[in-house]
Design a protein around this ligand. Structure first.
Ligand code: 4AD
Length: 467
């Protein structure tokens, strides 16, 4: 085939992404479609048995409410909460206010019976209890709504990066370095400690951040992002920390000041919020009703105007002025790190809006952040959200070989191990920067839930690795 024929051939091979491949339809699609004779598969959420007719709510995870099925007494007798069923029947207008259509069942098949010990009976359960049955909690309203919002936030993030011409590059999970230098790395155990030819022949860790690898790809592809699980052996048992969490990391070449980096971060979070508001209204209304009555208003407000921007030095001034009234437990001297009480005050009380704090003292931040002209601070930022605290951390990266090498020596790093990182500054270095969004913290923001353990399907934290 010659070149122009190849092009014609490729143009013909267009995708048909809207065609459903599976033979059955989800409840979401069934309720939207105009078909009358349908089959529904899902799990029974509740059964109401009455004298002549009975009702069951069936949910397959595609919508919050599921579908109401009308059954005869004999069929209803075989059902209990949790049973997995396949129902065939006609879709008819519903006289009730709760739903517009319901399913008049003609044929029923039980796919999986459910034991009477099923722990998710129809009643309100505490989030702590639901966490103890992580293998079943997505069968309830909160668990399934979380997963749909999680999915929408995923889509929103990818949509944003596509619109800005970023390339998704998948950085590795196994690494030989500690990007943040915090020493919170999980070490991979050798298969056989006595064997001198152990697998990697050097210490290997689970990644704490894909940033250094994203820098490699950004310094060839210009605009990149990566999205995957990262691991931190943090002993802290707070509602904001997990040992395994997902981080969205963006890295871009050809920026030499913080402003455009903050612009991208702000648009990234705002556009993702907008995407979730547009595509998940039913689930967000549910969270607004049951979890956080200010959720929808807060999210709408957060996309309506730009985030506040202030330097670390300005933030310290603000905190010192508030010291008399607030009696912060930790110091608010220039040079001290911002603790959660400070972050909470700045975002929730002082700004009442997401706020970027920029240009922290160099001593508080990792080696890779770009030194500012003042010789004291680095070109970096944290994005703080009201009620959440830090959502994003990012910086310009030190692209000057000599300064970077000096910083690595000061941090007592083994230069040989990081020669490849220095090489990037030797072979066509470019000003660049990037940031990392903690995905579970973003989900707290989007759902109003208060603990990151609620928004990841199988949470891992110190002392806990069930499933
Ligand atoms: O501020 P961090 O440590 O930044 C980095 O790792 C950079 N290398 C990212 C980059 O520039 N590419 O982490 C980024 C975000 C935090 O702002 C926070 O939202 C989240 O990750 N995070 C955690 N989320 C859950 N559990 C933990 N233990 C977390 N630690 C950080």
């Amino acid at each position: 085939m010659n070149h122009s024929n190849i092009l014609k051939f490729i143009q013909k091979a267009h995708y048909t992404t809207n065609r459903s491949i599976l033979p059955s339809k989800t409840i979401k699609t069934i309720l939207k479609d105009n078909s009358t004779n349908v089959s529904v598969r899902g799990w029974v959420r509740s059964v109401r048995k009455q004298k002549q007719i009975s009702f069951a709510t069936i949910n397959d995870g595609s919508t919050l409410k599921g579908i109401q099925a009308i059954l005869n007494e004999k069929d209803a007798e075989k059902l209990s909460t949790g049973t997995c069923v396949e129902l065939y029947g006609s879709l008819i207008p519903s006289p009730g206010k709760e739903q517009s259509k319901e399913l008049n069942v003609e044929k029923m098949k039980i796919l999986g019976e459910c034991d009477s010990t099923y722990p998710l009976q129809k009643k309100r359960h505490s989030l702590e209890f639901l966490r103890t049955i992580g293998h079943l909690r997505m069968r309830g309203n909160t668990g399934s709504a979380v997963l749909r919002v999680r999915n929408a936030a995923n889509e929103g993030l990818h949509d944003f990066f596509k619109s800005q011409e970023f390339i998704l590059t998948n950085t590795p999970i196994l690494t030989s370095h500690d990007c943040e230098g915090g020493g919170e790395v999980f070490k991979i155990s050798p298969i056989d400690t006595t064997n001198p030819t152990e697998f990697f022949k050097k210490p290997v860790y689970l990644t704490v951040s894909g940033q250094l690898h994203a820098e490699i790809t950004a310094l060839a592809m210009s605009r990149v992002y990566t999205f995957g699980p990262v691991f931190r052996a943090e002993e802290s048992m707070t509602s904001r920390h997990l040992a395994e969490f997902w981080m969205l990391e963006a890295e871009m070449a050809f920026i030499d000041e913080l402003a455009p980096l903050l612009d991208v971060t702000e648009a990234n979070v705002q556009e993702t919020t907008r995407y979730v508001l547009d595509t998940c209204s039913e689930d967000l209304s549910f969270f607004n009703q049951w979890v956080d009555k200010s959720l929808l208003e807060r999210l709408q407000k957060s996309i309506a105007k730009p985030y506040v921007r202030m330097t670390y030095s300005e933030a310290i001034d603000v905190l010192q002025k508030a010291q008399n009234k607030h009696k912060f437990q930790f110091p608010t001297e220039w040079g001290s790190s911002l603790q959660s009480e400070h972050e909470r005050y700045l975002a929730s009380e002082y700004c009442k809006h997401p706020v970027f704090i920029t240009d922290y003292p160099a001593e508080l931040k990792p080696f890779y952040m770009r030194a500012n002209e003042d010789g004291k601070t680095v070109g970096c930022f944290d994005l703080l959200l009201p009620g959440i605290g830090e959502l994003v951390g990012g910086s310009l990266r030190e692209e000057r070989y000599a300064i970077l090498e000096q910083k690595m020596r000061e941090a007592k790093m083994n230069i040989e191990d990081y020669q490849w990182y220095l090489d990037l500054r030797k072979y066509g270095s470019a000003p660049h920067g990037g940031y990392g969004i903690g995905f579970e913290r973003l989900l707290l923001w989007l759902t109003g839930l208060e603990n990151v353990r609620e928004v990841i399907p199988m949470p891992r934290w110190v002392g806990h690795c069930k499933y």
